[in-house]
Design a protein around this ligand. Structure first.
Ligand code: FES
Length: 130
């Protein structure tokens, strides 16, 4: 083995490059209908949580007295992953667009449209992709 190849292999081993950890993408990714995406206990009532889906996707789940809704957390302005609701508003940390946690609609800021809703359903204590 050449010295250059040996050094590269050693560097990859030290940095963890080439590991199998999936890269998360906002949205459903490779998850399929019926996949369990969270437990109800993982989604605080009156707030929400970013959840990693089976595969490589990521969704924002929002829980209210009416149930659980899911949104693609990619801000429609420039794609930043938005923060879970706080004080009744979903906020994008980059340019501060604000979204309604019940509908995903834009409340203020530069986003040209609201967050895209993703259908989910609750089954017992689980939240499933619909
Ligand atoms: S990326 Fe979200 S408001 Fe600009």
């Amino acid at each position: 083995m050449e010295r250059r190849t040996l050094l590269l292999c050693g560097l990859l081993a030290l940095t963890g490059c080439g590991s199998a950890a999936p890269t998360r993408r906002p949205g459903v990714g490779s998850a399929r209908a019926g996949d369990r995406i969270a437990g109800l206990a993982d989604v605080p009532t009156g707030s929400g949580a970013l959840v990693d889906l089976p595969g490589d996707g990521q969704l924002l789940l929002v829980r209210s007295a009416d149930g659980v809704r899911a949104f693609n957390p990619a801000c429609p302005h420039q794609g930043t992953v938005v923060d879970p609701p706080a004080a009744g508003v979903i906020t994008c940390p980059t340019h501060r667009s604000a979204f309604d946690p019940q509908t995903g609609a834009v409340l203020s800021g530069p986003s040209p449209k609201g967050l895209a809703e993703v259908p989910v359903r609750v089954s017992g204590e689980d939240v499933l992709l619909a």
